[in-house]
Ligand binder design. Structure first.
Ligand code: ADP
Ligand code: MG
Length: 685
């Protein structure tokens, strides 16, 4: 008896090897298989009389095996299986290549289905390598003569094998408990879960495929929406410090800057200040393209939090960025009596203005008004007394876990996330319902467009000459490589190799620096500082400088193996230059001569808008890779995608109605169950 919990290796015909392959697809139990949905279908449902299986026909027929034998092809020593199949209307020849075992499976006299294409060549008119299946007593098929499901698979695990196993577990579909409340199903016209699970694998017709997909997509999106709403509700119920706007000091601070704020910056800062004054935890995402000046907006918030006697914590994705922020904020607030501290995992050093040395993270945190660090800041579970504001830079959001780690005794801090990743509307509707979003579309005035070129191999020399010229003029250069270490297999540029080559052969007279994620953090810090002080002319780096790094004197961004990066990511790299009013350049080198890659890179040369590039990325590579949807607190999407705009809206409305009526889902134990421990975590107050 197969139950949902039956381990995959206990299923019929699953040996060690197959079990390993299935596990690589994330399939461990019978239930996993039941929820492993096909990504497309082939419609072989129409059965034609053999007489209609003429040259060029793609279709299914049913007939009797009259003859079947193996032969060898003349030249290539290929194994060929030839058969003759007939029904009342006629007969047809069938040819299979390199499947000699077929003569053991299909015997003269067998009734079989064949689905495939009729071809004509030296074997005459024949069905070429069709799928085959014996007609069983019940007349049920899974590989032919129906709408056939096609599953994503890997390493020599065939769709036939997967279909066979799914068929084994399919009866479980009728036992799965349907947790979606009847009202919702009725309202939207969704089919039952049992029905959906059956039809998604072996559909009776195309309409039922649609209905099944609708139901299963709705499942995923509805849960996401519910989570978002519950999170939002619970945050709104909790108390946060009232941060009163200190207008005079804020004005003083902004007028002291060497530039005028853009309208986008003003607007965003205003939205944030309004939020934090309300006494409820702010939960806002600040979205602004690379170089749009998000740091200053954050600084205005930090200033006001400080003036209200509260602390701020700022988390950055890398140590390099944390250290840069630390320097920036110390400069920005040098006129104030604000204590700024830095905490990172590898060296929890006291890094305060007064030069005190103490290695204890907790000490730094307790003695700072603004503490900056990597995620190490909250992983240790240190409690920050009087935390008013938590900021994450270059992240889309705070996860539920992070929020929990930061909850105070009585008050919750305000949350601000900052990202340069433009988020398409569907995406924000689907996944960011719990956030308020501020968008800064404009860049500070005076920025020149970065000239972007895809450089062919024969122009590499010319590009290097150009680099020399720029450096002579005092400017600096980034060189990005996809890997740290050389790799024999891939032929992809590595930072270490490139560093050697540039410093020994190409630019022996210049100072070259190397930066990658595996270096000790003191090393990284030293290199970054030397680059910032223009003691290094060319910095060879891996993607560790992708986000946030600010070296205004750098004007050339060279990217090796550019085809290996997404457009949004390339845009981020490119954003490392052009940060002052020097004309800046981005040179893309590609190791591939693939057409697709070339087309993708060419987009970079004409488009300078992060939003548009993100949309293009979606087009070229699909959402998963770019957006990192698998962030904490979100279920993985199996079947729903960002393109399911209509269903996203349906799910949102349904979830809203629910939460309005029964915010704690008291009347819906099934739903509570489904949300599992998320509900426990969500209660933040
Ligand atoms: P990002 O939004 O990518 O984080 P930053 O905050 O690092 O951008 O700002 C990029 C650069 O632009 C910094 O050197 C910053 O000092 C400068 N900057 C920020 N706002 C303005 C402005 N309104 N006018 C001119 N330069 C600005
Ligand atoms: Mg930034």
């Amino acid at each position: 008896m197969v139950t949902p919990e039956t381990p995959i290796e206990n299923l019929l015909r699953v040996g060690k090897v197959t079990s390993k392959k299935l596990q690589n697809l994330g399939l461990r139990t019978a239930e996993d298989l039941l929820f492993y949905f096909p990504f497309r279908y082939e419609d072989w449902s129409k059965i034609l009389p053999i007489s209609q299986m003429t040259y060029g026909t793609v279709g299914t027929c049913r007939g009797r095996v009259e003859l079947i034998k193996n032969t060898r092809s003349f030249h290539k020593r290929k194994n060929i299986t030839e058969a003759l199949i007939s029904d009342n209307s006629g007969s047809i020849k069938v040819v299979w290549f390199n499947q000699p075992f077929l003569t053991k499976i299909l015997k003269v006299g067998n009734e079989i289905f064949l689905s495939g294409k009729v071809d004509f060549d030296r074997y005459g008119i024949h069905l070429t390598s069709p799928s085959y299946e014996k007609v069983d007593a019940k007349g049920e098929t899974i590989h032919t003569a129906r709408i056939v499901p096609v599953y994503r698979t890997t390493e020599s695990l065939t769709n036939k094998q997967i279909r066979f196993l799914v068929k084994l577990v399919a009866p479980l579909a009728s036992k799965v408990h349907d947790w979606l409340p009847v009202e919702v199903k009725k309202d939207i016209g969704l089919i039952d879960l049992n029905q959906a699970l059956k039809q998604i694998h072996f559909p009776e017709n195309i309409n039922l495929v649609k209905a099944a997909r609708h139901r299963l997509k709705f499942n995923e999106l509805f849960l996401v929406q519910l989570q978002n709403l519950l999170l939002k509700n619970n945050l709104q119920k909790s108390v946060a410090p009232k941060i009163i706007f200190h207008e005079e000091e804020t004005k003083k601070f902004t007028t002291a800057l060497s530039f005028k704020l853009t309208n986008g910056q003003r607007q965003a800062a205003w939205e944030i200040l309004q939020d934090v004054e309300a006494g409820k935890p702010m939960n806002r995402l600040l979205e602004g393209d690379v170089g749009s000046g998000k740091t200053i907006v954050a600084a205005i918030a930090v200033l006001n939090v400080f003036l209200n006697g509260y602390k701020t914590m700022l988390m950055a994705p890398t140590e390099i960025l944390a250290r840069q922020h630390y320097n920036t904020f110390r400069n920005l607030f040098s006129g104030l009596n604000m204590r700024v501290g830095l905490v990172t995992r590898s060296e929890k050093k006291m890094n305060r203005e007064n030069g005190e040395k103490n290695n204890d993270a907790e000490f730094i945190i307790n003695n700072s008004d603004l503490v900056i660090g990597t995620h190490a800041l909250i992983q240790d579970g240190v409690e920050i007394n009087k935390l008013g504001l938590a900021i994450v830079d270059e992240q889309h959001r705070f996860g539920v876990k992070q929020r929990q780690a930061l909850k105070g005794n009585k008050e919750n801090p305000h949350f601000l996330s900052m990202t340069a990743t433009p988020i398409p509307r569907t995406m924000s509707l689907a996944f960011y319902g719990d956030l308020d979003i501020s968008v800064m579309k404009e860049l500070p005035v005076g920025r020149k467009k970065i000239l972007t070129k895809v450089v062919p191999p024969e122009k590499r020399g010319a590009a290097y000459e150009f680099v020399k010229k720029e450096i002579k003029n005092g400017r600096q250069v980034f060189v990005i490589c996809p890997l740290i270490d050389p790799s024999d297999k891939l032929g992809v540029k590595s930072a270490k190799e490139e560093y050697k080559k540039l410093s020994r052969e190409i630019f022996p007279e210049l100072k070259i620096g190397l930066l990658h994620g595996k270096m000790k953090s003191e090393e990284k810090e030293r290199v970054m500082r030397e680059f910032l002080e223009n003691k290094i002319n060319i910095l060879v780096s891996t993607s560790v400088v992708e986000v946030g790094v600010d070296v205004p004197n750098a004007t050339i961004m060279m990217i090796e193996g550019a085809e290996r990066f997404g457009l949004a990511q390339l845009h981020q790299f490119r954003g490392r230059v052009g940060r002052l009013d020097f004309q800046s350049y981005c040179f893309l080198f590609s190791d591939s001569d693939g057409e697709e890659a070339a087309k993708r890179l060419l987009v970079m040369t004409t488009c300078n808008d992060g939003f548009v590039l993100a949309e293009k990325d979606l087009e070229f590579r699909g959402p998963g890779e770019i957006w990192g949807v698998r962030q904490s607190g979100m279920p993985d999407l199996q079947i729903a995608t960002l393109a399911d705009y209509a269903i996203i809206k349906e799910a949102k409305t349904a979830a809203e109605n629910f939460v309005k009526e029964d915010p704690d889902l008291v009347k819906y134990p099934d739903l509570r169950d489904k949300l599992g421990n998320f509900l426990g975590k969500v209660h933040l107050e």
